[in-house]
Design a protein around this ligand. Structure first.
Ligand code: PLP
Length: 380
C-alpha cells in the first residue's frame, strides 16, 4: 500500500538536496567555527553565508539573525528575552488565544512571574481583529506576540496592519512565522516586525535548527550563557551541518515559493472536489480569504477525530487532528475552542490535512477518495 503523507504542517520530509548537502558538510567541515585555523574558518564561512542569505529572505541584516534549535527556542528567546530586557518599562503582554504552545506556555510562565497577559480572541475563521490589538495596547505593554499563520487551521493574521498600529507604540512586535515562512513573502522592515521565529523542519530542512530575527533596534537578553557564539546572544557550538542544510532548504523554498503556492491551492481544490463528488457533508475550518496554502482543516459531522485518524492511517493516509505537539491528547484543540463555542461539534470531528514535498495530484485525489469512504462508513 502506498502511504500518503498529508501532515506537512507537523513536520516535512527533508529534501534530498538538503540531505546531500548535510552529508557533505558532516564529512568535510567538522571544524569548530570559533577556531582560528583552516578547519574553523571553513565552518565559519558556512555559517556566515547561511546567515546572510536567511537574512535576505526576510529583508533583514545578517547580524539580525540568531540561529536557534528551532521554532520553540526562537519563540521562547523572543518572549523571555523581551520580558527580561524591557520588563522594567512595563509588565503587560498581548498575544492571541490561538498561538502555538511555544508562545502560550511561555506567556503562562511569565504570568506566574508577575506579568499580565491579554489573550485576544479570534473570529470564527481564526482571525484576530487588528482593532482589538489597538484597543488592548496600554502604556505598560512591552510585547505583542501574534503568529503569522496558524498551524492548525492555516489562518493568516493581519500582520501588516498590526505592524502599522505598533509603529506609534514602543511595544516590541514578535511574530511566530514557523508555518508561514517559505510560503508567504515576508518583509520584516516593511511590516514593522521586530522579532520573527522560523523553523527549518517545516520547509524540508532538518529538525532542531531555526532562527530568530532580532531587529538591530531591539536588545534581547540571552537565554543561554557560555561561549561568545552568535555575538554572545546564544552560547553553544554552532550546528554547522544543520545550518548548511537549513540554507539549502531556504534556497529551494524561496526559489519554488510561487509554484508551491499554486500546487497546494490546487491540492486543496482537488481534495474538496472529491468530497463534493462523493456527497460528503463537511465544513472548512479557517479562512477562505486569508489562508496558508498548505493547510486544510475540515470538519465531518457525525464522525470523531480518533476514529477518523485511525481509519485514515489504516487506509495509508497520514493526517492529524491539528497541533502536532499535542498529538495523542484527546483534549479539544485550543485553536478550535477559540474559534467556536465550547460545545461545538467541530471540536470533536475536525481533521487537518496539510500538503507538501512529494505530494502529487493523484495522491491528493486518492486521499480525498479514501476520506470520503471513511466518512461514509463512520456516519452510516
Ligand atoms: C506555529 C508553530 N510555532 C512553533 C512551532 C515549534 O517549532 P519547532 O518544532 O521547530 O520547535 C511549531 C511546530 O509545530 C509551529 O507550528
Amino acid at each position: 500500500m502506498e502511504r500518503i503523507y498529508v501532515d506537512h504542517a507537523a513536520t516535512s520530509p527533508i529534501n534530498p538536496k538538503v540531505i546531500e548537502k548535510m552529508m557533505e558538510i558532516m564529512g568535510s567541515d567538522f571544524g569548530n567555527p570559533s577556531s582560528i585555523h583552516h578547519f574553523g574558518r571553513r565552518a565559519r564561512h558556512i555559517i556566515d553565508e547561511a546567515r546572510a542569505e536567511l537574512a535576505k529572505s526576510i529583508n533583514a541584516e545578517p547580524n539580525e539573525i540568531i540561529f536557534t534549535s528551532g521554532g520553540t527556542e526562537a519563540d521562547n528567546h523572543a518572549i523571555f528575552g523581551v520580558a527580561e530586557t524591557y520588563g522594567k518599562n512595563g509588565k503587560h503582554i498581548i498575544t492571541t488565544q490561538i498561538e502555538h504552545h511555544a508562545v502560550l506556555h511561555a506567556c503562562k510562565k511569565l504570568e506566574s512571574l508577575g506579568f499580565e497577559v491579554t489573550y485576544l480572541p479570534v473570529d470564527q475563521e481564526g482571525r484576530v481583529d487588528a482593532a482589538d490589538v489597538e484597543k488592548a495596547l496600554r502604556d505598560d505593554t512591552i510585547l505583542v506576540t501574534i503568529m503569522y499563520g496558524n498551524n492548525e487551521v492555516g489562518t493568516i493574521q493581519p500582520i501588516k496592519e498590526i505592524g502599522k498600529i505598533l509603529a506609534d507604540h514602543p511595544a516590541i512586535f514578535h511574530t511566530d512565522a514557523v508555518q508561514a515562512y517559505g510560503l508567504e513573502k515576508i518583509n520584516v522592515k516593511e511590516y514593522g516586525i521586530d522579532l520573527l521565529s522560523v523553523s527549518a523542519h517545516k520547509i524540508n530542512g532538518p529538525k532542531g535548527i531555526g532562527f530568530l530575527y532580532v531587529s538591530k533596534d531591539v536588545k534581547l537578553s540571552p537565554r543561554f550563557f557560555g561561549g561568545e557564539q552568535e555575538r554572545k546572544r546564544r552560547a553553544g557550538t554552532e550546528n554547522v551541518p544543520s545550518i548548511a542544510g537549513f540554507l539549502e532548504a531556504v534556497r529551494i523554498s524561496q526559489r519554488e515559493m510561487e509554484q508551491k503556492v499554486i500546487a497546494y491551492q490546487g491540492f486543496k481544490a482537488a481534495f474538496l472536489k472529491k468530497l463534493t463528488e462523493n456527497q460528503i457533508t463537511f465544513s472548512q475550518n479557517g479562512s477562505l480569504d486569508y489562508s496558508l496554502p498548505h493547510v486544510l482543516n475540515l470538519s465531518f459531522p457525525g464522525t470523531n477525530v480518533e476514529a477518523m485518524l485511525v481509519n485514515l492511517d489504516l487506509a495509508g493516509i497520514a493526517a492529524s487532528s491539528g497541533s502536532a505537539c499535542t498529538a495523542g491528547s484527546i483534549d479539544p484543540s485550543h485553536v478550535l475552542v477559540a474559534m467556536f463555542d465550547q460545545g461545538d461539534e467541530r471540536l470533536q470531528n475536525s481533521i487537518r490535512f496539510s500538503f507538501g514535498l512529494f505530494n502529487t495530484l493523484e495522491q491528493i485525489e486518492r486521499a480525498g477518495e479514501e476520506t470520503s469512504k471513511i466518512v461514509k462508513r463512520l456516519t452510516k
